[in-house]
Write a protein that binds this ligand. Structure first.
Ligand code: DGI
Ligand code: FE
Ligand code: FE
Ligand code: FE
Length: 187
């Protein structure tokens, strides 16, 4: 599939603002893939489709999580988490993307996981630092992204956990696993 066709497909699923974010993630993921030695074409594809399911109704996503034997504990946590695994499922089913590494980068782009591939880290990080993002602490993560992918992902996850704690939100155990795994990795 060429890039323009892929972008046309995803554009129909997204708002204008989310589409602009998607372009930012795609460009950033390709740049980071080149920098840290992940497959640039896979980073491009995962970037384009990472938020494919972002605007599916919660009811539809919950049904898919139940029927497709995804981790059922997702249903006990924020629906913000659902579009990542559901997106991996839908881009395979509806778009025909079959590359397991690309699908995993989409599946784990919100929580991360222990033992992330470089491609998964690059997409996770691109989602956090792409140029249209402006949350507190993003500039420091951008700096770390210049030469240390693990420190950068760790800082992004740490920021997210601190943000959730401040808002008295539940933290999905896999997010903590990502944090612990990277904390071990960098020490
Ligand atoms: O889809 P995006 O907005 O581009 O970014 P994303 O897929 O990284 O989703 C970010 C949202 O997910 C943000 O509102 C924080 C939330 N999130 C990430 N990890 C967790 C979480 N929310 C909860 N409740 N628990 C988590 O572990
Ligand atoms: Fe997302
Ligand atoms: Fe993210
Ligand atoms: Fe995103």
């Amino acid at each position: 599939m060429n890039k323009n066709d892929a972008l046309e497909i995803v554009k129909r699923q997204l708002t204008e603002r989310r589409y602009i974010h998607t372009i930012g993630v795609t460009d950033t993921a390709m740049m980071l893939a080149e920098r840290f030695g992940a497959d640039i074409k896979k980073a491009e594809l995962a970037g384009i489709f990472h938020d494919y399911a972002k605007f599916r109704p919660n009811e539809e996503m919950a049904e898919i999580i139940k029927k497709e034997a995804m981790p059922q504990d997702l249903l006990d946590y924020s629906s913000e988490l659902w579009h990542a695994p559901v997106g991996a499922y839908l881009v395979k089913k509806e778009v025909g993307i079959n590359d397991g590494e690309v699908l995993d980068a989409i599946r784990f782009h919100t929580t991360g996981r222990a033992g992330m591939s470089t491609l998964e880290k690059v997409v996770f990080l691109a989602d956090y630092i792409e140029p249209n993002r402006s949350f507190p602490g993003v500039e420091y993560v951008r700096e770390l992204s210049k030469d240390n992918v693990n420190l950068a992902v760790l800082q992004a996850v740490s920021n997210t956990v601190q943000f959730l704690l401040k808002k008295n939100q539940l933290i999905y155990p896999q997010t903590i696993e990502t944090y612990n795994d990277l904390q071990r990795e960098v020490n």
